[in-house]
Write a protein that binds this ligand. Structure first.
Ligand SMILES: [Zn+2]
Length: 341
């Protein structure tokens, strides 16, 4: 059967006030995720993001207590139990990894990038991001060794308040637990089903198909393959990274992590170019699941209109249905120069 990129084309009919109330049709697509079957709506509407007032956000954040700034970090943040992390906190280069006070998981950490309160998006490079990601991998490895029941791992990032971060001070959130989140469970179920039905690995075949079709494929960097998501997660299309030969985070080499950071930097440079100054990142990984592969998504976040409305509304919140105002294939054309200069 192979990997299928299924979509239904439809249209909304109306009398268009911008065309003298003449009969008109606005096309849209309902797309089916090739792995999970989950649907999302894709439109093609003119949209241009507006650069948020970053200086104002940073200035307001400086007036609020920041537990991640050097003056507070030692005193105000928790330490890990000694049996898990004997040194209490993990230090890796400029990054410090501490327990998360919010119990997102049985094992939940926060990796503070550096002592610097504000890490501008312009400065997000493999060099400035590497230590925090390496600290997360180190922490999750320790957790996996410490607690063999834990199988589901993720490294997550809300960059700036618009993406859900309560603090401007850049930090990652590594999580590990015994019960997958909905997204991870759907990935695992889809990977198993595909392998049973096709006798092939979904992720490898997915990357091969995307490369052949050249509609959403961006580039291969080392062991990582980069594509536009067929069913985007957010208001604007997101970028997906797959390691087709890596079944778990713990197989990633230093070189693999560098490949990820290279692709991440290119993606973020494009977001910045489009005045998108906020984003979410998640890296997904499972232990002991031979059909699954390490993968990640990088999704821009924004307030779409000057009133400051959220880019998440009833479709995502109540219907678990994404809607995206630009097709990923159109955005790919703009992203390609960043991946293949
Ligand atoms: Zn700070």
């Amino acid at each position: 059967m192979g990997v299928a990129f299924r979509k239904i084309r439809s249209q909304l009919r109306l009398l268009n006030p911008f065309k003298g109330h003449a009969p008109d049709e606005i096309p849209f697509e309902i797309r089916f995720d090739p792995l999970t079957g989950a649907t999302g709506r894709v439109f093609d509407l003119p949209f241009k993001a507006e650069m948020p007032d970053v200086a104002d956000i940073v200035e307001r954040s400086r007036k609020i207590f920041c537990p991640f700034c050097p003056a507070a970090l030692e005193k105000s943040t928790p330490e890990f139990p000694k049996e898990l992390i004997p040194e209490g906190r993990i230090k890796f280069g400029s990054a410090t990894l501490i327990p998360n006070l919010a119990p997102f998981e049985k094992y939940a950490g926060v990796a503070v990038f550096s002592p610097e309160h504000f890490l501008p998006m312009e400065n997000l490079t493999p060099e400035t991001m590497g230590d925090a990601f390496s600290a997360c991998v180190l922490y999750l490895k320790r957790v996996a060794e410490f607690d063999p029941l834990v199988r589901f791992f993720s490294i997550n990032w809300n960059y700036m308040p618009c993406a859900g971060s309560s603090l401007v001070h850049a930090h990652l959130q590594p999580n590990a637990g015994e019960v997958p989140t909905n997204a991870l469970r759907e990935q695992v179920e889809g990977s198993r089903t595909y392998e049973q039905e096709n006798r092939r690995n979904f992720w490898q075949e997915f990357v091969e198909t995307e490369m052949q079709q050249e509609e959403r494929y961006l580039q291969t960097i080392g062991s990582s393959s980069w594509v536009m998501s067929f069913v985007p997660a957010g208001f604007l299309p997101d970028v997906q990274c797959v390691f087709p030969e890596r079944a778990s985070l713990f197989e990633l080499t230093e070189e693999d992590l560098k490949s990820f950071l290279d692709g991440l930097e290119k993606t973020l440079k494009y977001f910045l170019h489009e005045d998108l100054y906020s984003f979410n990142v998640s890296i997904f990984s499972v232990k002991g699941e031979p059909s699954h592969r390490v993968n990640a998504r990088i999704c821009p976040r924004l307030f779409p209109r000057p009133i400051g409305n959220s880019d998440i509304a009833y479709p995502q919140m109540m219907h678990k249905e994404s809607f995206t105002v630009r097709p990923p294939e159109a955005v790919r054309e703009k992203l390609l120069p960043f991946f293949r200069p």
